[in-house]
Write a protein that binds this ligand. Structure first.
Ligand SMILES: [Fe+2]
Length: 341
C-alpha cells in the first residue's frame, strides 16, 4: 500500500524538492507550509498519514513544539525531524523528545530513503504489535470472564450438592433440622469477622454444611435415642468424623473439606477426637466450625434435652474458652454479637 508522508517546511524550495523525491520513490506526499496548516490537515478525518517530516526552524510553531503536540494527539505517528547542516545536538534533542529519526540538510536522497524505509518499517511493526496486544488482551478478558462464570457455576453447583448431602443427614435426625444451615451462617459470619481469605471462606462454607456428613453411617435409633447412650453407642457416634472423611475422600471436589469433617470435634486443649489435636494443629476454619457447631447444638432442642437459652450458651462458651474453644474466636463471637444470628 502507498505510504502517505506529510512534510512541513517553510522553505518552498525544500518543500518542492522533497515532494519530487518522495513522489518519485512511490510515496503519496502532502506538503504543509507551517505547523498550523499541518495540525489542521491532521484534524481532517481519514487522512491515513503514515509519517511526518518536520523542519525544526519555522516561523510560528517550531518543529519541537509541533513534535510535542503530535506526540500527544497522534502518539503512534512516527516523526522525522529536519535539522540544519551538521547540527548534531539538535538532532539528538529531537530523538530525546520522541522523534523516530532526524535528517540533516541538505538532504541526500540515499540517506532520506534509508531513513524513511527504516522508520516506516518500525512503525508498521509497532502497529502490528499493538494490534496483536489488543487482540490478545480481548481474548484474555473473554477467557477470564468465561473462567469466572464457570467457577461461579461450579461453586453454586457444589453448594447445591453439599446442601443435598446435608438434607440427607437432617432427614435421619429431625432434631438437627436446619443445623447445617445455621452452622454455616455462624461460621461464615465468624470467618468474615476474622478477615479470612476468599479461599478459606469457600472452604469454610462447604465444610460447615458438610461437617456432620458422617452421621449418615450411624443408625437413626442411636442418633435419635432419647436416653443414656451405651459405651458402644457413644463410640459409634464419635466415629462420625472419620466416617465422614471416608465418604468424601473419594470425591476430589470435596477434598478441601476433609479437615473440617475430620476434626470438627477436636478441642484446643487436645482432649477432643479423633486425633487429640491441640490449638496450633487445628486450622482456623476447623476451630470456627467447632464453635459454630457447639453453639448451635446448645441452642437447639435435641432428642435428649431442651435447647439452652442463648445467654446460658454464651456463658458456656466463655467457660470453655481455652479448653474446648479457641479463646480468640470466642472474643470475636461475643464482640460481634454473633449469638444473635
Ligand atoms: Fe459432628
Amino acid at each position: 500500500m502507498t505510504k502517505h508522508i506529510v512534510t512541513t517546511d517553510d522553505d518552498p524550495a525544500i518543500r518542492k524538492v522533497l515532494s519530487i523525491i518522495l513522489k518519485k520513490a512511490g510515496y503519496l506526499v502532502t506538503a504543509c507550509e507551517n505547523g498550523q496548516e499541518l495540525l489542521d490537515f491532521l484534524k481532517k478525518p481519514d487522512q491515513g498519514v503514515d509519517l511526518l517530516m518536520l523542519d525544526i526552524k519555522m516561523p510560528g510553531l517550531s518543529g519541537f513544539e509541533l513534535l510535542e503536540r503530535v506526540q500527544i494527539l497522534y502518539p503512534e505517528l512516527p516523526v522525522v525531524m529536519l535539522t540544519a547542516f551538521n547540527d548534531l545536538d539538535t538532532g539528538m534533542k529531537a530523538i530525546r523528545l520522541g522523534a523516530a529519526d532526524y535528517l540533516t540538510k541538505p538532504i541526500h536522497q540515499e540517506a532520506l530513503h534509508t531513513c524513511l524505509k527504516r522508520v516506516l518499517s518500525e512503525s508498521e511493526k509497532n502497529k502490528q504489535q499493538a494490534y496483536a496486544d489488543k487482540e490478545s488482551l480481548a481474548i484474555r478478558k473473554k477467557l477470564e470472564s468465561d473462567l469466572r462464570h464457570a467457577q461461579l457455576t461450579l461453586q453454586q453447583s457444589t453448594i447445591s450438592t453439599l446442601e443435598a448431602f446435608s438434607e440427607t443427614i437432617e432427614q435421619k435426625d429431625p432434631y438437627t433440622k436446619g443445623h447445617c444451615h445455621r452452622v454455616r451462617t455462624i461460621a461464615m459470619a465468624l470467618g468474615k469477622a476474622m478477615n479470612l481469605s476468599e479461599e478459606v471462606m469457600e472452604t469454610l462454607e462447604g465444610g460447615s454444611i458438610l461437617h456432620d456428613i458422617g452421621k449418615i453411617s450411624i443408625p437413626e435409633e442411636i442418633l435419635n435415642k432419647n436416653g443414656r447412650l451405651t459405651k458402644e453407642e457413644y463410640h459409634l457416634i464419635q466415629s462420625h468424623p472419620l466416617a465422614g472423611e471416608k465418604i468424601i475422600a473419594h470425591l476430589p471436589m470435596f477434598k478441601r473439606y476433609i479437615p473440617i469433617v475430620r476434626s470438627h470435634h477436636e478441642r484446643v486443649d487436645g482432649k477432643g477426637y479423633p486425633d487429640g489435636l491441640t490449638a496450633d494443629q487445628i486450622p482456623v476454619e476447623v476451630r470456627i466450625v467447632s464453635l459454630a457447631d457447639a453453639f448451635d447444638a446448645m441452642t437447639s432442642s435435641r432428642a435428649y434435652r431442651e435447647a439452652l437459652p442463648t445467654e446460658i450458651a454464651v456463658e458456656e462458651l466463655k467457660l470453655n474458652a481455652g479448653s474446648q474453644f479457641d479463646p480468640q474466636l470466642i472474643d470475636v463471637f461475643i464482640e460481634h454479637e454473633l449469638y444473635l444470628l
